[in-house]
Design a protein around this ligand. Structure first.
Ligand code: MN
Ligand code: MN
Length: 461
């Protein structure tokens, strides 16, 4: 069954909403190129929307009543927003969860060196990337350096028009006869992703590595950091520049990190649009580390969500372990993550009846996984029926898809992790072209329908 393109149904008012949402989304992308930046930006927006700190409420032992709006940001890399509902938490929450880490290139702990009169930072890439896509592009560095005394320096280099940018070089075509014979996975090796950061030596010195010494001097002057401080830094190399409207009709957005910040932003707007006191407690969640398996203290496999759920039960005066377990199992979730958009340039990678098309609305994946659904969260038919009804009742354009042709590849999300609580979870997101490339493509219509779909789910599930 073919789904209609969502653009066809919009009246002037809908188009105006869609465009203003898209503009706010581009701002979110431009201000959030790392998980930390996304979390900080989301907290600021939450505060403006009347959310108060869950951590403060816990410290004060504050009693929470229905309608209370809270934010928490464990380790500054994850986000949870809650609106306490009328029903007790034992009845479960309606949860929309995305991830805010994106594929990128991380700076190594011992990165700085000089070679051929150029200074470099050595790197280790993060998440699944086609390494050859990341050379010969203007790149920026975002992140933090934490000095031994605990003081933290925030770093963003390459985003302002006056900033310098950085770059990884590629071999000139004239000398590439051997390189061009290599497999795409080997054209640029992992250890070839070396970022050029300088080319000017300090003068009047016996220093052997005078170019390196010069850039270190700049880092010392500008940021007060020593070479050894790289040991306790998290520096992420990302494409430099802003998200742009794309297409002569401006129907799309070309940006870095749509996976999965487009779902994260749709979630934020959806929960901000919840009016009054919801029937059930609603939750918007951003996890970190999805691109490397949801591991670590900020990945979805860590217990921050469960802990926050327990704290909320406690502050609403209703905590016991059994009720917590019941509440988790009774919860319903949309695991909001991007899906592969059908790409006519690579049509054979898809099975067209079960592919997501740009512009046809928010996409539901009953299952993801690979090689016979391996590793997927296969949502229940009963739950899919419920979600379909919510979308149809709210007039949300949606489509269903698999992640490409059977046995071609695959992937996963955070869905299966939350399903461990025995709650119903289904994958739902926005179709993307060139997923995991430095610049990815989405349709504004799909962003808009995702926001509308997530809102309908929060208030009606
Ligand atoms: Mn993703
Ligand atoms: Mn991904």
């Amino acid at each position: 069954m073919e789904r209609e393109n969502a653009w066809k149904k919009y009246d002037a008012k809908a188009l105006e909403e869609l465009e203003s949402l898209s503009l706010r989304y581009r701002k979110f992308l431009d201000n959030g190129k790392t998980e930390r930046e996304c979390a900080d930006y989301a907290v600021e927006l939450a505060k403006k929307n009347g959310y108060t700190s869950l951590e403060d409420a816990v410290k004060a032992g504050e009693k929470l009543a229905p309608g209370a709006k809270l934010w928490a940001s464990p380790m500054g890399k994850t986000i949870m927003l809650f609106i306490i509902g009328r029903q007790p938490l034992e009845n479960g929450m309606n949860i929309i969860g995305a991830h805010i880490d994106s594929p990128r290139i991380d700076v190594k702990q011992n990165p700085l060196y000089e070679d051929g009169d150029l200074a470099y930072l050595d790197t280790h890439y993060y998440g699944g990337i086609k390494k050859y896509q990341w050379v010969t592009l203007p790149l920026a560095i975002h992140g933090v350096v934490v000095r031994k005394d605990g003081t933290k320096v925030n770093i963003v280099i390459g985003e302002n028009d006056n900033d310098p940018v950085l770059c990884i070089s590629d071999l000139l075509i004239h000398l590439s006869q051997e390189q061009m014979q290599k497999k795409a996975s080997e054209v640029i090796g992992g250890e070839d992703l070396n970022l050029i950061i300088g080319g000017k030596p300090v003068k009047d010195t016996d220093e052997k590595e005078a170019v390196k010494a010069n850039v270190m001097g700049i880092l010392k002057d500008k940021y007060g950091i020593e070479e050894e401080d790289f040991l306790s830094a998290e520096l992420e190399i990302v494409p430099a520049g802003r998200a742009r409207e794309m297409g002569l009709d401006r129907s799309m957005i070309l940006g870095y990190g749509h996976d999965d910040r487009v779902c994260a932003f749709a979630e934020l707007e959806a929960i901000f649009n919840v009016e009054g006191v919801p029937e059930k407690t609603v939750c918007c969640l951003f996890a970190d580390k999805e691109e490397i398996g949801s591991v670590g203290a900020t990945g979805m496999q860590a217990h921050y969500f469960e802990n926050a759920f327990a704290e909320l039960m406690n502050l609403t005066g209703d905590y016991c372990d059994l009720k917590l377990r019941r509440g988790l199992a009774a919860s319903k979730m949309l695991s909001c993550d991007v899906s592969a958009g059908f790409d006519p340039n690579f049509a054979s990678a898809f099975e067209k009846k079960n592919a997501a098309f740009l512009g046809r609305g928010v996409c539901f994946n009953k299952y993801t996984g690979s090689r016979g659904k391996g590793g997927s969260n296969d949502a229940n038919a009963e739950y899919m029926a419920e979600v379909r009804k919510i979308m149809d009742d709210a007039g949300v354009s949606f489509q269903t898809a698999e992640l490409g042709r059977v046995d071609l590849g695959g992937g996963g999300t955070i869905a299966y992790i939350c399903a461990l609580y025995c709650m119903n979870v289904i994958d739902s997101g926005v179709a993307v072209l060139s997923m995991h490339a430095p610049w990815e493509i989405i349709s504004k219509a799909d962003l808009y329908e995702a926001m509308r779909g997530y809102h309908a789910f929060l208030v009606n599930a």
